[in-house]
Design a protein around this ligand. Structure first.
Ligand SMILES: [Zn+2]
Length: 396
């Protein structure tokens, strides 16, 4: 699976690629997002890219690298945005942009490593997923006994993959699949061997929320002190169901839902987040403190999980801003309505601002996870955002 085989998800693909080019691949990552988010496909594409022997490189110009890490300041000023000549948004301009905006690089798909990855048969690629007894495996079910089924299942229809479809595929009938103690032992023994062929040994745990709670502590130690060049990619729809000791060892990677395969209910949720985000940002920029107080109260009424999801969504929108200044909104997972909003909004987020937003949101998410008092947290966050827009603002 190459990145280009997965529709959309441009922003997240670039983010993953940058961890490799910047040599900061975190050894345990948690890919989370709704069912339609191609999380598993992205995890596999990421692992394939990391292990590819012949990554497709584009002529890297110093300018393009500079831009990727720090957009020139003048791009972010209001005057630039409002005087943005129309031709900047045309496709011909887009193709002459640094390829950073397209997929900057990808795995080759033809080297020995890629060929095995594409069939999911690479000896250093391991999968763990929920299973239960079936007619064929009447006792002691574990992932490795279903590996042939797993390859067929994924390769037939890589996105979105659905837990019920998997259960139907292997015929577990009405039973609940789990990732059991046998599988946890398997993780430990598999990773204690050296890699066969590639630099990284990759362990992909699909639907990690199905890790049986009493079995999960078995793998804590190996996740904390993994053998060198080991990569854990946990894939989940619901991070809150994963035991906290495992969750806290992972770097979170939010995978937004894909517009092409979005389910109706997911679309409704995203659309609600979008509307809330717009109103919130407008109230911050407009210094409407009473509205911000009501917003904090409203947010406090929703559960922790929703609060976090909304904060992740907001951060994702903010991260799109630098590219939007170049008229690239449509190419980054945002839909038409979002793109229209971002075109106006992005220029107000300057370079310094984006870094500030990052810190504020990540701190807020951290505190939500630790049960902070929500009305105070959201009001405090709103006022800090307001100050990013209006540094001289005094609330009283
Ligand atoms: Zn390759």
């Amino acid at each position: 699976m190459r990145f280009q085989d997965i529709p959309g998800q441009q922003a997240i693909k670039e983010k993953l690629i940058r961890t490799v080019t910047d040599q900061r691949v975190s050894h345990a990552q948690l890919f989370y997002g709704p069912e339609s988010s191609a999380k598993l496909a992205l995890a596999i594409a990421y692992a394939q890219y990391i292990n590819c022997k012949n990554r497709l490189k584009l002529p890297a110009t110093p300018e393009s690298n500079d831009f990727a890490t720090s957009p020139p300041r003048y791009l972010a000023t209001d005057s630039f945005a409002t005087s943005l000549p129309r031709y900047l948004a045309t496709d011909s301009f887009a193709t002459s942009l640094p390829r950073y905006f397209a997929t900057s690089t990808d795995s080759c798909g033809t080297c020995p490593s890629c060929l095995k990855y594409q069939k999911l048969i690479h000896p250093d690629l391991h999968f763990i997923y929920p299973v239960a007894t079936t007619r064929r495996v009447p006792k002691k079910p574990q992932s490795k006994l279903f590996i042939e089924d797993w390859r067929k299942f994924f390769l037939q229809r890589p996105f979105p993959v659905n837990l019920q479809d998997w259960y139907d595929f292997i015929g577990i009938e009405n039973k609940q699949g789990i990732i059991n103690a046998e599988d946890c032992n398997e993780i430990i023994s598999t990773l204690s061997y050296k890699t066969y062929e590639s630099e990284y040994k990759v362990m992909i745990i699909w639907m990690a929320e199905k890790l049986f709670h009493s079995a999960a502590p078995k793998i804590l130690k190996i996740m904390e002190e993994p053998p060198e060049k080991t990569l854990f990619l946990l894939v989940t729809e619901d991070p809150d169901q994963i035991i906290s000791t495992i969750r806290s060892r992972c770097l979170f990677v939010r995978i937004p839902p894909d517009r092409d395969i979005l389910r109706r209910d997911e679309y409704a949720i995203e659309n609600q987040y979008f509307k809330t985000f717009i109103t919130w940002m407008r109230n911050c920029a407009g210094m409407r403190v009473p509205d911000l107080i009501s917003f904090a109260g409203e947010m406090a009424k929703s559960g922790r999980e929703k609060q976090k999801a909304f904060l992740h969504y907001s951060l994702h929108m903010l991260e799109l801003c630098p590219a939007v200044v170049y008229g690239q909104a449509g190419r980054l997972s945002a839909d038409a309505e979002e793109a229209k909003f971002l075109e106006k909004f992005a220029p107000t987020i300057n370079t310094a601002g984006l870094a500030g937003f990052h810190e504020l949101f990540n701190t807020a998410i951290y505190h939500v996870e630790r049960n902070a008092y929500a009305p105070a947290l959201f009001l405090d966050l709103s006022l800090k955002i307001l100050r990013l827009f209006k540094p001289n603002f005094v609330p009283l």
